[in-house]
Design a protein around this ligand. Structure first.
Ligand SMILES: CC(=O)SCCNC(=O)CCNC(=O)[C@H](O)C(C)(C)COP(=O)(O)OP(=O)(O)OC[C@H]1O[C@@H](n2cnc3c(N)ncnc32)[C@H](O)[C@@H]1OP(=O)(O)O
Ligand SMILES: CC(C)C(=O)C(=O)O
Length: 517
């Protein structure tokens, strides 16, 4: 069987999803999880795009050694030099050079002729080749490019030293048969194609990214670029979990193997969801909350008699926990640790103690603590670890016969206690105003939503917010059984992110950006 290389771009294209910005620590954490998952290549970022991206690629390159680490670069020497600088220390560095190949991009965006693009691509791959031999080249918007020009371009960059040729369906325009045909055409018409691996990078604008990627694999592609949960620019990229499980579930159809440890798919999906703040829709294939839940009687009857009647995958193969332990206020440390492990967490002693205390507090309020509750409380504990200002106490008065009032107590970065109170149009407004009086960072609330983590009146309410300050957007999350407290925590989380970004100069160039919880 043939090896299919899994190139994960969660940290580059995935992070391009509007609102999905990650800080360096979060990127490193995700990179480690991807390494454990068994991906072959991690595209860790686009080093020239910002100091934060540069530092993240550098950190991942020096700490994650179990797979190749890749940095993206436009076809210009500055980008390539910067990528190479960031990749110092990587066990197996890769530079990914891209330039558009479609007429619409060349004429309107690059304002270059085909001949100029061809020359630039050749020269820039040759430039990268002076540093390293693991070079990927992407003719951006390949699926809308003239195939004859594409063949010529690919032949030229192979001659210049490219070892992986990545064919992007940049705007998610291709149909599966058509995209497969393009891959087949490349194999037939690029004379030196045997010197490179053909890769694909598909977007999901028409919901076809996974279908297109899989069709390309059938036609000979041996690298797929994908992201966890399918996150990415616009409608996203091909979802890693779907590509992997399609290949695993249908070996009769796909004659390839991968190095992915599928049992880590679910925990990795949860991690990416928590860190990006993008929840996974319940009906999402493979990792959605309903992906293995059978609701109707006839299906339940079938599954009880023989799971295969309605289950094409065993949930355990993707790491979906199937525990018989019911956690509640009488559960002890062992049961909690066991469930954390089933959910894919490996916490330090100190983190475990914090999580256990939070669990016990929650169990006092809630009869049964569900897996989603645990994920939410662990995320909440981890969020507070990196904060500058900490929410210590909160008291609110509200209703329809008085003025909504909030009193808050914060602990500042030097451990000093700060207290103040404010009136508002409602309890959340009053809380935010009281916090503003203490933190003093002007901003505008642009998004606010509350989601119940589980069913029931005692459920944890998770608040997601977005604030805007000086043209930059920061998101925050907070979870508690009291939604006013969740709202305060979410606001503190967003403010702490804003302060951290300003302190570390971790923002992205001068572009309007999102920074996520
Ligand atoms: C399909 C993809 O996902 S591609 C990756 C997309 N990712 C990103 O854009 C990351 C975030 N981007 C950024 O931070 C910024 O856009 C930067 C730092 C990369 C560049 O910023 P700026 O230098 O201000 O340029 P800006 O983004 O406005 O315009 C892009 C420029 O790059 C050029 N360009 C775009 N792609 C390429 C390429 N592959 N090779 C060479 N030049 C390119 C454009 O023609 C334009 O050049 P111009 O200024 O001469 O018109
Ligand atoms: C850089 C390239 C591969 C890309 O992200 C795209 O074309 O979508």
């Amino acid at each position: 069987m043939n090896k299919l290389i899994i190139f994960d771009t969660t940290l580059r294209d995935g992070e391009q999803a509007a609102g999905a910005s990650l800080n360096i620590q979060e990127k490193l954490e995700i990179a480690r999880a991807l390494e454990a998952l068994g991906v072959d290549v991690i595209e860790a970022g686009f080093p020239i795009s910002s100091p934060g991206d540069f530092e993240a690629v550098k950190k991942i390159a020096s700490e994650v050694k179990g797979c190749s680490i890749c940095g993206l670069a436009r076809a210009n020497p500055k980008d390539i030099d910067r990528a190479w600088e960031a990749l110092q220390g990587a066990a197996d560095p890769r530079i990914h050079v891209f330039i558009s190949a479609s007429d619409v991009h060349m004429v309107h965006q690059l304002k270059k002729s085909r001949a100029e693009v061809l020359q630039l691509a050749r020269d820039m791959v040759a430039h990268a080749r002076t540093y390293l031999s693991n070079i990927e080249f992407s003719p951006m918007d390949a699926s809308r490019s003239d195939p004859q020009f594409l063949y010529e371009l690919l032949q030229a960059v192979i001659e210049a030293g490219a070892t992986t040729l990545n064919i992007p369906d940049t705007v998610g325009y291709a149909m599966p048969g058509e995209f497969g045909g393009l891959i087949e055409g490349i194999f037939k018409n690029v004379p030196n194609i045997d010197k490179a691996v053909i890769s694909v990078h598909c977007h999901d604008d028409l919901g076809l990214s996974v279908a297109n990627s899989l069709e390309a694999v059938r036609r000979g592609a041996r690298q797929v670029e994908c992201t966890m949960n399918g996150i990415g620019e616009r409608a996203g990229n091909a979802a890693l979990e779907e590509v992997i499980m399609a290949i695993r579930t249908r070996p009769d159809y796909y004659d390839v193997t991968t190095s992915i440890n599928s049992e880590l798919i679910y925990p990795t999906s949860r991690l990416v969801s928590q860190r990006t703040g993008f929840s996974v829709q319940p009906n999402k294939a493979v990792v959605g909350g309903n992906a293995f839940r059978h609701q109707s009687g006839i299906h339940q009857d079938g599954v009880i008699k023989m799971p295969k009647t309605y289950e094409i995958m065993d949930p355990r193969t993707v790491g979906v926990p199937a525990s018989s332990l019911v956690l509640g206020k009488s559960s002890g440390r062992h049961a909690f640790k066991e469930r954390l492990a089933e959910l894919g967490y490996n916490l330090s002693e100190a983190d475990f103690d914090r999580a256990f205390n939070a669990f016990k507090e929650l169990a006092d309020k809630k009869k049964e603590v569900a897996d989603r509750d645990i994920e939410s409380l662990v995320a909440e504990e981890q969020r507070t670890l990196v904060e500058a200002f900490h929410l210590d106490r909160l008291q609110v008065t509200c209703g329809d016969c008085g003025l909504p009032t909030a009193a808050v107590r914060l602990i500042d970065p030097n451990g000093k206690v700060l207290e103040d109170a404010a009136l508002g149009t409602g309890p959340v407004d009053a809380v935010y105003k009281a916090i503003n009086r203490l933190v003093g960072v002007p901003n505008r609330l642009t998004e606010f939503s509350v989601t119940s983590i589980t069913a029931g009146i005692d459920a944890i309410g998770e608040v997601f917010i977005r604030i805007d300050s000086e043209g930059v957007s920061y998101s925050g999350r907070g979870a508690d059984t009291d939604i006013v407290v969740s709202s305060a925590k979410a606001y503190m989380n967003a403010l702490n992110r804003l302060l951290a970004v300003r302190k570390n100069g971790n923002g992205k160039s001068a572009m309007p950006q999102d920074h996520h919880a």
